[in-house]
Ligand binder design. Sequence first.
Ligand code: C5P
Length: 319
Amino acid sequence: MGGIDRSAGLVLAARAKINLGLEIIGKRRDGYHELRTLMQSVGLSDRLELVSDRGGRIALRCPGSKLSTDSGNIAFQAAERLRECSGDRRLGVRIVLRKRIPVGAGLGGGSADAAAVLLGLNRLWGLRLRLDELEDLAAGLGSDVPFCIRGGTQLSSGRGEILRPLHPFPALPVGLVYPTLFVPTSSIYGARRIPLTRSGPLTRLRDCGITTRSDVVSCVARLHNDLEPIVVRKYRRVGRLLDRLRGLGVEIARVSGSGSSLFVMTKERTALERALGEVADGETQVFRTWFRRRGCVSIVSRGAGRDIGAIQRRNRQLS
Ligand code: C5P
């Protein structure tokens, strides 16, 4: 490990995901559900500042958020897991996590943060693990974390860890509607009657010929989310929002993952703007964003370990 600049720092954008479609195939012996889901990275992102710690300490701060800053936080767990895997106890990092992706929203914010820590520390600590090795490690942290390593457009199956990258969808605009509700994933998967789709449209999905906005909207319009009826049953406001959006004539309004967020897509850009403008209020937050080809990107990278302020100032300029 000689020659590695342990004072280096970097800033990463960890992007949210949406589930364009999600089919539950059945319950597994390990308590998880066998599923098939088409996942897509979007531009809404958290910011992570990583600075090497020469004292071998792992420390996390989440300014402005109530998230835990120890092993209760998946970003912290990711750093610990990677250090364990390196076998070098001297490796340390100070992480500043600035949340922008709503929590408990079905947007994979925690998973994106964990993936960003794995990718960032792999570089910062000079570990040279391959992406497939990072994906294996990611699967031990959470079902959506492997997807977030590469991101883009991928079909995922199994518990979420079997990935098939598709030709990335174009950078289409998509609206995210967050009803300011925290929904624990396990409370939705734990419901008594989840509808099953053993052989649905995702089984037959091929990525050839999906290039234009209209192709993508038509393809996604044929999909569904088996968890949506459960979310709607438990959280009436989500159902009311879906009805309102559909009443406004949008082609797609659907729950992402286990909720609480919805995503909205239209063939015409103006229709999307109109619908988002209609539902945004004190209780409902709206994000206008785009499909993205990668789950995590580096914003600034330099040997700035002695001056985390420089990274933070740059980060603030960018956000
Ligand atoms: O893997 P992760 O920790 O993100 O999963 C959170 C919860 O979601 C699990 O405890 C489980 O209840 C549920 N889950 C599931 N089947 C999946 C993924 C998640 O039942 N494929």
